[in-house]
Ligand binder design. Sequence first.
Ligand SMILES: [Zn+2]
Length: 143
Amino acid sequence: MIVFDLRCTQAHVFEAWFASTTAYEEQRERGLVSCPTCGDTVVEKAVMAPNVGAKGNRAPAVVPPGSPAEVLRQLASRQAELLRRSRWVGSDFAAEARALHEGERSEGAIHGQASAAEVSELIEDGVPVAPLLFPVAPPDQIN
Ligand SMILES: [Zn+2]
């Protein structure tokens, strides 16, 4: 048995099983192969390869560039770049974030530590905060 992806004149694509390619040809010519959606007996093999052009009605597979390890490395590198322009405020994060949000300070980005409860309160108050993707060692604990 072999399976073909078939397409009718209404562009419905469906799967059908046949004993062989010859059996498919014979059944198709006798009008025995019909579209399960509209009953059309004028069918042809659907083009299955991606990026075939106008005939293909399926979106090409999206393949993320790079391996998972490479993607993680790029994310880590992006985070490191953002943190270089960000000020470490340690456990004062919640207070500092609130001060920034309320316009008491105008300095740029900050990062630091906050408890889950503090983060919940910040989010409830509409302060834009986001977790870091990768854990960062506090600068005062590195040495
Ligand atoms: Zn159809």
